[in-house]
Design a binder for this molecule. Structure first.
Ligand code: MG
Length: 372
């Protein structure tokens, strides 16, 4: 089997207005551009992938992704056997620097082909499942307290038993939002906070102290991504697990944070890491280093979400039972571009035994949401 062509399709799917995200990373998240990828082969089998186009995270968008794939990855991959996923990933990692979300879209499409060729779901190809389902948590946007409380209450009614609240916007507002959410969900729901790097050192220390009374179980990315040394200092003074998200894209980032003692948990993404395989390497390292992982999200559609489910089902270093994963993208959208999404329900994400990623593009919907 040989790769013959890589097709890229820019799409934009509307978010449900009531769930649009506001965070400490700046800006809002009100529309979601993605670049879909279809890797074609001479055997009539095609694999699909999805890149979250989040320039604030990685500098990538639909135009850069399509350009890099057409100019560098397609020439490198044409004629190659798509089933050699790890070998090809090593090869194209060096084709251009950075741009992990673009690389991840192609990598997951290769896994999709490899699974279809082997007649096995991707989780079986990457080591087999270590859990029946992936526990997930909800994410409450950094909106005003009353609205945050209403969203949190809705999430509990849907079945979520863990969630996080976006903070890092302004300290008093952050505290008011977390207080309102805790009041709305009661004491039994696990609650964490995610500052998306929006706090200064002083504000982080003071605000985490103020949040103590609301029974939070982790603090995610309290400081700017580059601030590993101070994150390590902050961690020594905080009694809660520190989750590193924007600070950890690569295995090298994870190793550096471990060396600094700057985090308890890594939030890994298929997109940030540049694929399912590279994300698993971070989780394997974390396990050896005595650290934990969860899976974070850029609110993926059905293809990206499927890649996350397979990763988390088959990766022991992902401590999903203790730190539920953010496999919640599909809940945020009016519609999806896959024919039949994986069974991702509130609080639990599952895969099926369908070969590959287990989802197929719905051509009619892809055309409806295509960016022209
Ligand atoms: Mg985060």
């Amino acid at each position: 089997m040989k790769i013959t062509r890589i097709e890229t399709i820019p799409v934009r799917v509307p978010l449900k207005a009531e769930l649009a995200i506001r965070s400490g990373r700046g800006g809002g998240h009100t529309n979601s551009p993605f670049l879909l990828v279809r890797v074609h082969t001479d055997a009539g089998v095609a694999g699909i992938g999805e890149a979250s186009c989040t320039p604030r995270w990685s500098g990538e968008d639909q135009v850069t992704g399509a350009h890099l794939i057409r100019t560098y990855l397609e020439p490198l991959l044409i004629g190659e056997d798509p089933k050699d996923v790890a070998g090809l990933t090593r090869k194209f990692r060096l084709a251009f620097a950075g741009n992990p979300f673009t690389k991840a879209a192609v990598e997951m499409a290769l896994w999709d082909i490899a699974g279809k060729a082997a007649g096995k779901p991707v989780y079986e190809l990457i080591g087999g499942r270590v859990r029946e389902f992936v526990p997930t948590k909800w994410s409450v946007s950094g909106v005003e307290p009353e609205r945050a409380a209403a969203i949190a209450g809705w999430a509990v009614a849907q079945g979520f038993r863990a969630m996080k609240v976006k903070v890092g916007i302004d300290p008093d507002g952050d505290v008011a939002r977390v207080r309102a959410v805790r009041a709305a969900i009661g004491p039994a729901v696990k609650l964490g906070v995610d500052a998306n790097g929006g706090w200064s050192r002083e504000v982080a220390a003071a605000t985490i102290g103020r949040l103590g009374e609301f029974g939070i179980y982790f603090v995610e990315q309290p400081l700017a991504p580059e601030d590993g040394v101070h994150l390590s200092e902050l961690r020594k003074t905080v009694q809660l697990p520190i989750v590193a998200d924007e600070s950890v894209y690569t295995l090298q980032d994870a190793m550096m944070l471990a060396q600094l003692g700057a985090a308890d948990v890594f939030s890994i993404y298929v997109g940030k890491a540049g694929g399912i395989g590279p994300a698993r390497q971070i989780a394997e390292f974390a396990q050896i280093a005595g650290l934990k992982c969860t899976v974070g999200s850029n609110l993926e559609l059905g293809v990206g979400s499927a890649a996350m489910v397979h990763l988390a089902l088959a990766t022991r270093g992902i401590a999903a039972e203790e730190f539920p994963c953010d496999i919640i993208g599909p809940f945020f959208y009016e519609d999806d571009i896959v024919q039949k999404p994986l069974p991702i329900v509130p609080g639990a994400a599952r895969a099926t035994a369908t070969p590959g990623l287990g989802v197929e593009l719905d051509d009619e919907k892809v055309e409806r949401y295509r960016v022209r």
